[in-house]
Design a protein around this ligand. Sequence first.
Ligand code: SAM
Ligand code: SF4
Length: 455
Amino acid sequence: MSAISTPRTSPVSAPRTYRVKSFGCQMNVYDGQRMEELLAHQGIAPAPEGEQADLVVLNTCHIREKAAEKVYSDIGRIIKDARREDGTQPLIAVAGCVAQAEGEEIMARAPAVTMVVGPQAYHRLPEMIARAVDGERVTDTDMPADAKFAALPKRRSVGPTAFLTVQEGCDKFCTYCVVPYTRGAEISRPYADLIAEAHRLVEAGAKEITLLGQNVNAWGGENGKGQKVGLDGLIRDLAAIDGLARIRYTTSHPNDMSDGLIAAHGEVDKLMPFLHLPVQSGSNAILKAMNRSHTAESYLRLLERVREVRPDIALSGDFIVGFPGESEEHFAETIALIDAVGYAQAFSFKYSPRPGTPAATMDDQIPGEVMDDRLQRLQAALNRDQHAFNQASLGRTCDVLIERKGKLPGQWLGKSPWLQSVHFQGDYGVGDILRAELVQAGPNSLTGRVIAQNA
Ligand code: SAM
Ligand code: SF4
């Protein structure tokens, strides 16, 4: 452990309760869950609702400026809320990608922060906590990821849907993106570890597993027979696990969409008909400036091939508006791509210059009001298509996996195979799989009429 330690003035006692607050992507949610398990393994309990925790972990996101700035305002609020009569304060750990990118700055700007821990080092939190209790301020932003997963405790209890990180990091270096700097180079977790972890998740209650990675479809490994396999090979082998009903994966890169993975969408029943494939822009000039290795045409061709093997596939994407140099004509090409695809859902963002990335210093940065206007028009097109997709689902019969109780008495919420939220009334439970007809569509969710239980 190459931690840098600096003395801190007010020592605290060993924490008995924790709270982990995760921001950003699903990989952060997964990391947050793993940190919670790690802390619970150390005998530290989750802080009861409404009570101060002895240890607060802010698991941060650095992808856009707003997300990073939020860390400092959160630290200020935690300190204000947590002043205790005996003068002690909670231990505050800043984890995640802001920790990785701005660790030194955080330590300098926020004296109340006791630990800074990068996304590849959080398995060492217990040692860091011990040092923090001894009065040190500790930073650990070491990068290699391989040791982390082996060092984490085994997962014993999960809900009906679970995340499983299979791949981390990125070698693509899109010119706007911090991920290659904060998460490091692409690594794939070993095949055997993933199969074993998936078995444990199913034994612990998971019926659906979502495979995660910054570029999840870049995953590669060697299967039990010594053969090289890609994500499709892993998915096929996971599909053989009894009790596992559904498999999903996210986020994919268009360049790593292999023939085998496309074929798997037509052949593996447990692989859900949903594909999140970010495109970012419909303009080839902007895609080139972004260092995306696909064109609008190659992207559309990929989607066509997936639709050929799985005609009902629900498509999702990511978009950035206002990348430096984006003209009204470039933007119109993005709208044309959206019109051509008909997304079931999508994420869209205003370009946010990130320090240290090539795009941050490019000429022709786009004014905020132009970005606002384009984002509004883009989201109008995406909302229209999401609504159309939901409307087109009416009358379909499908399985819905119940994930949680709804807000109304007797209401339950689950997901359709196409990742739509579906709600029901009735006497059911979390983890039930219901055969249902989709009978009503709102802007963000559908109503289901149950035909049979645990189909
Ligand atoms: N690896 C995935 C891919 O390339 O398709 C995306 C992972 S990234 C964590 C999630 C999304 O954040 C990106 O697809 C992009 O739309 C958005 N994003 C990344 N950097 C951004 C920036 N500087 N400004 C605005 N959005 C950004
Ligand atoms: Fe970021 Fe591009 Fe890597 Fe996705 S592929 S994580 S957008 S650098």
